[in-house]
Write a protein that binds this ligand. Structure first.
Ligand code: ZN
Length: 147
């Protein structure tokens, strides 16, 4: 998450260079935008994914207060959570188009926000490739995996 914010801020800094002006609102927007896509995780655990074995395992650790197990499970297993509905290439394309449209209409906050969100997904994908050697299946489909 810290990485996400750092990359978001890098994006804000890049735009500052590009536009030759600075606005503190952009920094905040970039930071928020860079972590916004991870609402998907919260939504997964509380909503559409709560019956998945991955989510169930985490709940059972929490219920049993087995924090060490929980930490280990999340640290080693989160890359294998492939059921996120909105971490996919379609969402990324959508926000790239949104950022381009915002730029076209000189809506700078929009460019900052959508661009920061795109940076989040690109980081996640790069992280997949580094840790797994490939991108997770959730990137290639829209919505929930078919059982
Ligand atoms: Zn993410």
């Amino acid at each position: 998450m810290v990485y996400h914010v750092m990359i978001g801020l890098l994006w804000a800094w890049f735009l500052r260079e590009l536009w030759g002006q600075f606005n503190v609102r952009w920094v905040i927007t970039a930071a928020v935008g860079s972590i916004l896509p991870d609402i998907d995780h919260i939504y997964y655990f509380l909503g559409y994914g709560k019956r998945d074995s991955y989510a169930q395992q985490i709940f059972s650790y929490i219920r049993a207060s087995e924090w060490r197990h929980l930490f280990y499970f999340v640290a080693t297993g989160h890359k294998h959570l492939t059921s996120l509905s909105y971490h996919n290439i379609y969402t990324v394309v959508f926000f790239i188009i949104s950022a381009a449209a915002a730029s076209f209409f000189d809506w700078q906050v929009g460019v900052v926000l959508f661009g920061a969100m795109v940076s989040h997904y690109i980081f996640d994908m790069t992280d997949d490739v580094i840790q797994l050697g490939y991108i997770n299946s959730n990137w290639k489909r829209w919505g929930r995996p078919k059982k």
